[in-house]
Write a protein that binds this ligand. Structure first.
Ligand code: PAF
Length: 281
């Protein structure tokens, strides 16, 4: 595995590989890898000759009062896990490499960024789209791998790729969960034992919603009410939103029909967690 820190080095390494007609997959991450990231790496390794893992805690996607400073970081551990999973190029730039003095260009995806997390995290998706666009320009991958846990992010990236005619296929991979159902996230390590227990209610609430749909419930209002009720029953959980939206457009739906994304965001202590489930009406 090659470790590169600068854009120039990354370009040199990748140019050589592309001359050998190697296909390239990229897995963009903010590091502190877990099994969810590793599942993306494995899919990329299966589908491409070369897999590039990027580790960059992107300051542009964190709001002023968010957890940029305390976002978990451990590059050495990430390198070990990446190498074991089959990563060929590990790209971990510093912030001033990605955003040097005078940096002024941003990618603003409209519409799909406005609801869900876009409400409580203004500017977040502008930061995500900007960094993903830069990573695509640096690596020029054939395929890029994102997790379904960040469902809105995946929709935003797909929209950007389509609108800006980027030559990359976006692959969205299933959510990987802990034994009790909690979706894997780098932020989970910040939960104490009590908070961690409460966090398991998120998946339980989504599963209850799925059961309701399977027994014939079509009203998104009643589904949302059920999930909110379960989450609000735990005093440690502060619900940001529970919403049922069309899985492609992210527009709110009244009736569960077609592919509906049931999305949840909560705060437990100082940790913000998101999760979702696709309901098939
Ligand atoms: O999902 C993440 O970890 C980040 O939002 C991403 C896609 C790496 C962009 O910084």
């Amino acid at each position: 595995m090659k470790f590169v820190k600068t854009i120039n080095e990354a370009r040199i390494v990748l140019k050589g590989l592309k001359e050998l007609k190697k296909s390239v997959g990229i897995v963009p991450t903010m590091g502190y890898l877990h099994e969810g990231h590793i599942s993306l790496v494995k899919r990329s390794v299966d589908e491409n000759d070369i897999t590039v893992l990027t580790v960059f805690v992107n300051p542009k996607q964190f709001g002023k009062n968010e957890d940029f400073d305390c976002y978990p970081r451990d590059v050495e551990r990430d390198m070990r896990m990446a190498e074991e999973a089959g990563v060929d190029v590990f790209f971990a730039p510093e912030a001033d490499e990605m955003y040097p003095e005078g940096y002024s260009t941003y990618v603003n995806v409209e519409g799909v960024t406005e609801g869900l997390c876009g409400v409580s995290r203004p500017g977040h998706f502008r930061g995500v789209a900007t960094v993903v666009c830069k990573l695509f320009n640096i690596v020029e991958p054939d395929r890029a791998y994102f997790g379904q846990k960040d469902a809105q992010q995946a929709v935003v990236v797909k929209r950007m790729v389509k609108d800006l005619n980027m030559n990359v296929e976006i692959r969205v991979c299933p959510i990987i969960r802990e034994k009790d159902g909690l979706a894997m996230s780098s932020r989970n390590v910040r939960l104490n034992a009590e908070e961690r227990k409460s966090a398991s209610l998120i998946y339980k609430s989504l599963s209850e919603a799925s059961k309701l749909v399977n027994s014939g419930e079509k009203s998104s209002h009643r589904i949302v009410e059920k999930v909110s009720g379960i989450l609000n029953s735990d005093p440690l959980i502060k619900v940001d939103y529970v919403e049922a939206v069309d899985a492609e457009t992210l527009k709110p739906v009244n009736v569960i029909s077609g592919r509906v994304l049931l999305a949840v965001a909560v705060k437990i202590g100082n940790t913000r967690l998101i999760d979702n489930m696709i309901l098939e009406g």
